[in-house]
Design a protein around this ligand. Structure first.
Ligand SMILES: [Zn+2]
Length: 471
């Protein structure tokens, strides 16, 4: 026989928060989440913004998306996309209401911390060949040594031809690595602070050691490597000056834990949010408001440049949509809503001291809805209004979507920003939402499958809600 609840217990249930783990939703939900994440793991194999954009285009076409044509009149339910310089993509489903009533946007970024190559990357030292890198985004540099790496990117040849490179990922392909000092000789290194243990100029990728067979040549190993590149890709050393090449961890995304409840893989900041929003976009068939799912670039370096969210490409596109319906872009923006979909931190008990226990976010507790991020005295943050947070929460509640709110960590231990600030410049109500991850910006990051799936449901709920935004 069930015990009767006391008055206090009943009151507590009524007026206090009682966060529950998503795992309490039962095995059926967890199985759905696992199934959803099979596609996510595949998506994680496309590790740069260019690769991910290329990956989604055929999927979009299969789902009846066509390339955007500013002269075409779109009707409710029509789906279209626009690519910006191979690095961003905007995907839309036309709503029943005119865009002047507002659109539902979500933005996630495709770029992740990595090691870009310098303009003159190839050199030889001590009869070894290296590529010199310049790290991209915020990393703990020491984490990137002794990790198998693959090389990706594009090289423009003098004849205008573009060569795409992707090597080091498959079983039968060679791998690359940044060396670290052997522990036996590391007495001095071990005394250094973590930011100095490995320095930027030591992040050099070891790429070869066999010399070119010619007595008369000075740098024989360098020449031998360039000869291989020339034979394989038809490129010369001069072509590397304009190239966009980088090294990323060569691991494949895989299930983690005996229970397979998590995923370990490179680039989950922010591919976890990108994939969730992408699937929500595809699954949205006849929305009230036009949806707009954006994969952005350059978030990790500050959103600058023509492919970053500080560029006008987003506003210009909305302007095109507005003009096609005789509306003004500023009126569309004012009525719209944007989810800045970016990851947050999952509480890690091994480093529990950096979190403040009342405002901590946990794996398996759903996507993190963040009113603000930034650092210190709330610097550099969008800080969503009470009205907006409540409006979005209402949509999520109606769709049985679970979220959690908190802060990145203790106030004075650090901080971090998202693209929300750049989007809100357009006078569009913006709020952050994203998957909690472990070891953010490390070569391998970890996220819980249940959170990834719940973020998909959250974006889907926002895209499919008929509730007007009266803010
Ligand atoms: Zn991010």
């Amino acid at each position: 026989m069930a015990e009767k609840k006391t008055k206090g217990q009943k009151l507590a249930e009524e007026i206090l928060m009682n966060p529950k783990s998503l795992t309490e939703r039962g095995q059926g939900f967890l199985d759905e989440a696992s199934k959803f994440c099979e596609g996510y793991k595949e998506f994680l194999g496309y590790k740069t913004e260019r690769e991910a954009v290329q990956y989604v285009i055929p999927i979009l076409k299969k789902n009846k998306y066509t390339e955007y044509d500013s002269k075409k009149k779109y009707k409710a339910g029509d789906k279209f996309y626009m690519v910006n310089r191979d690095k961003d993509i905007i995907m839309c489903t036309k709503g029943k209401k005119p865009v002047s009533e507002g659109i539902r946007v979500s933005v996630a970024h495709l770029d992740s911390p990595r090691l870009d190559f310098k303009p003159h990357p190839l050199y030889e030292d001590a009869e070894l060949a290296f590529f010199k890198t310049h790290y991209y985004g915020g990393i703990k540099k020491y984490q990137w040594t002794t990790v198998p790496m693959s090389i990706r990117g594009v090289v423009m040849k003098k004849n205008g031809e573009k060569v795409t490179i992707r090597i080091g990922e498959e079983e039968d392909e060679p791998s690359f690595l940044i060396t670290d000092l052997l522990v036996h000789l590391a007495r001095d290194q071990m005394q250094k602070t973590a930011s100095k243990v490995v320095e930027g100029e030591q992040l050099n990728l070891l790429i070869g050691s066999w010399p070119y067979d010619d007595e008369k040549v000075a740098k024989k190993v360098k020449l031998a490597i360039m000869a291989i590149l020339n034979e394989k890709y038809g490129i010369t050393e001069g072509d590397l000056e304009s190239a966009e090449l980088c090294a990323v961890p060569a691991f494949k995304a895989r299930d983690m834990g005996f229970d397979r409840s998590m995923i370990a893989g490179y680039g989950q900041d922010d591919s976890s949010c990108a994939y969730a929003a992408f699937m929500a976009e595809i699954d949205t068939k006849n929305p009230e408001y036009t949806t707009m799912t954006i994969f952005a670039d350059k978030e990790e370096t500050g959103s600058d440049g023509v492919t970053g969210m500080a560029s006008y490409f987003f506003r210009d596109f909305v302007e095109d949509l507005a003009q096609a319906e005789g509306a003004e872009v500023r009126h569309v923006m004012r009525k719209s809503l944007c989810l800045s979909a970016d990851v947050g931190a999952a509480f890690d008990p091994n480093y529990g001291e950096v979190w403040e226990s009342n405002n901590t976010t946990y794996a398996n507790y759903g996507p993190i809805l963040a009113k603000y991020d930034g650092g210190g005295g709330k610097y550099s943050t969008n800080d969503a209004s009470a009205e907006l947070v409540a409006y979005v929460q209402g949509i999520l509640r109606d769709a049985d979507v679970q979220w959690q709110m908190g802060e990145l960590g203790k106030i004075d231990v650090g901080g971090g920003g998202t693209i929300a600030s750049y989007i809100s410049l357009n006078n569009i109500d913006t709020i952050d939402i994203g998957v909690p991850v472990f070891c953010m910006h490390a070569p391998v990051e970890v996220a819980a499958k249940a959170d990834e799936y719940m973020l998909y449901k959250a974006v889907y709920a926002v895209y499919n809600s008929k509730k007007p935004k009266e803010i």
